[in-house]
Design a binder for this molecule. Sequence first.
Ligand code: HEC
Ligand code: HEC
Length: 251
Amino acid sequence: MRLVVLVGTLAACGTGTNDRAGKPALAPSVESGPGGAPRTPAPRERASFQRLHMTERFADLLQMERALVAGELDVVREYATALALDRTDADLAAWSAELAQMREAALALSEARDVATAVRREPVLAVACARCHLVAGAQLPISDAGPPPDDGTTSMRMARHQWAADRLWVALVAPSGTAWRDGVAVLADPPLPFDELAPHVSPDARTRMAELSLRLRALADAEQSVDDLDRWAATYGDALEICAACHALAR
Ligand code: HEC
Ligand code: HEC
């Protein structure tokens, strides 16, 4: 299977994490743009085309995650194609092997024929980003905004799920163990009562939703202390698969 081959190739670059323990975030997170839209990056001291493109990539990948969770494969494929074909980063030539791996991963994602395949290939792409950040010694700004409060409603719980999925994603791309633990901690919350979650679905669908929600929690529980990039990628894919499966039942 292609995915396994890719992960294996990327794994050869070695793992590690990029945390800056105790330091405040360098910039507000990209994910805070209105309606999830990519924000125009503010000019900064070390502003460069390299940075600008990175910020776009960051936003693109986040949009891919949103689309995967919502089951919108076409959107994912469009973003992935754009990323695979992008040739604007002449400054990245120093890391041409890593760049080639990122493009290969983006191309594989752009060719995914179903959501189940795409949720496996998107994390491979995120790991390809991370491999270059490790090699290049790049430090990614990570927002220190916490999760939305849990008031027991479905929409707040889903906002927390979204926040957690974003943290796992940033953890992969940076890579960052702190962001990883933040994300899994929120996903390990006890599930909501199911009649509240989706009052309109059939009893059968509700039973399957209950199973999915327990699986998500068990997954998060098991991952609290894991510190391995490839394992993170697999778990992130598992989580997105569960999100997408439950949303398909709720429709
Ligand atoms: C070939 C190497 C390479 C690849 C591949 C790569 N990056 Fe980067 N990235 C860098 C470097 C180098 C920097 C540091 C740039 C700087 O400090 O000006 C960086 C910085 C960043 C930043 C921080 C920008 C900022 O505002 O400070 C983000 C976000 C980012 N990358 C996202 C991504 C995403 C998402 C991907 C994958 C889709 C990706 N990168 C793939 C090399 C890479
Ligand atoms: C057990 C089922 C279940 C799981 C698992 C689940 N969701 Fe949801 N989600 C729902 C339901 C039900 C809704 C309500 C909207 C609907 O009917 O489609 C929803 C809605 C959402 C919304 C839209 C919220 C709003 O207020 O419009 C987001 C964002 C979301 N989920 C994110 C996630 C993410 C990210 C994950 C995985 C980490 C996830 N969900 C896992 C059941 C689930």
